[in-house]
Design a protein around this ligand. Sequence first.
Ligand code: 5AD
Ligand code: SF4
Length: 458
Amino acid sequence: MATEKTFYLETFGCQMNAHDSEKVIGTLRQQGYRQVEAEEDAGLILYNTCSIRDKAEQKVFHRLNDYKKLLKQGKKFGVLGCVAQQEGEKIFERAPHVSLVCGSASYRNLPQMLKGLEDTLPENQPPEPRSSKLTAQSLVRITGLDDRETDECFETEFTARTNPHRGYITIIEGCDKFCAYCVVPFTRGKERSRTSDSVLAEARQMADLGYSEIQLLGQNVNSYKDSAGKRSFAELRAAVGEVPGIKRVRFTTSHPRDFGRDIIDTIDAVATLCDHVHLPVQSGSDRVLNAMQRLYTREQYLERIAWMKSAKRDISITSDIIVGFPGETEEDFAETLSLLDEVGYDAVFTFKYSPRPNTPSLALEDAIPDQEKSRRLEVLMARQREIQITRYQRYIGETLEVMVEGRNNARAQWIGRTSQNKTLNFTAPATAAPTIGSYVPVRATGSFPNSLLGELVV
Ligand code: 5AD
Ligand code: SF4
């Protein structure tokens, strides 16, 4: 009797990776595999990895090391995603128990690669005794790495979405921007967009299945170019927002250079487009922006912020910032702090600069000590916390529509999310308990730096 094919998959990194994993899971299921919750129970152990910063990259090697003992039980290990693409066959040297290394641009070849792995499983091998300790089974090495120049996106009808109410749709893969610090163009390859028709078909299919929120994904969604030439990014968003059944459309991530005013105009025009824009600035100093090769100035960035602030709707703005980029002085850092005050972000994700392989800034000396990077990070986070305390207070007394995402039994609260992407925890009488995935009005009664508190409007 053939043994059941099982896999374990752990995902690191960004939403693109999370969504890739949903597609990989769907592909594996289609190939007859069943997903299990623990490494110990799986025949195939997969890690979908991230290499955006050194710490993220190290995680996969720690994990591989923790579980290499399972090789003796005949389990197979695979490394997917950005570390796979970046390190390639070097992974086999660092972790010889790995059998499969596959970058994201090659996932559409996974069925063949899985077949190759299966052919080496003990039950599929001739029964002759093997003399060497390293059997053919442990030496099999399959790679999918050569497709970064592909024009194809990884699309599959088998995507196994984890949340039944809101889901991702990839609209563009890869990135052609080559910011000096960023590994993404090297791990995810060149930019390639799907046709807007195929995105819309997927959105309609999701709406039919009961999804009401869609998040359009890409490393740089603003450079989306319909390969069939039918719709701009703004038009595509509007069209997705008009699909019957879709109540919320989000998008991430934006690059300020390609961010057009039409993106704001469509938010004003189409009610289902969420009033939230994530627009990473990275630094408030022109000198650093130039060294980062970000292709915009502080003034140009602030012009885009001004568009958002002049919109009819109250658009929530969030950002990413890197501290300690090579050559960042105290004055440069002070400019980032003043930018925080000027913009008034609702959230900022902050990172210490981490030198990455292949990137242009690797040639620059990473001379700012880690301690100093940590100090700048703390100062930045403290300033942003103060800003958020005030920003979140603006909702108190307002009634906001939330999508109900879950229940916190310990606190006897429901967990909701607003269109502006804020968590709003709320109470509701037992007689009016909302269902997960529904949209309900909630009056905000209290605020914290990262969330709101409220009560259901019955
Ligand atoms: N070091 C630190 N942070 C980085 N990011 C990207 N590359 C690096 C790096 N080498 C941050 C940027 C980006 C976010 C996803 O990660 O702020 O917007
Ligand atoms: Fe990490 Fe970037 Fe890859 Fe996402 S695209 S997983 S952030 S390296």
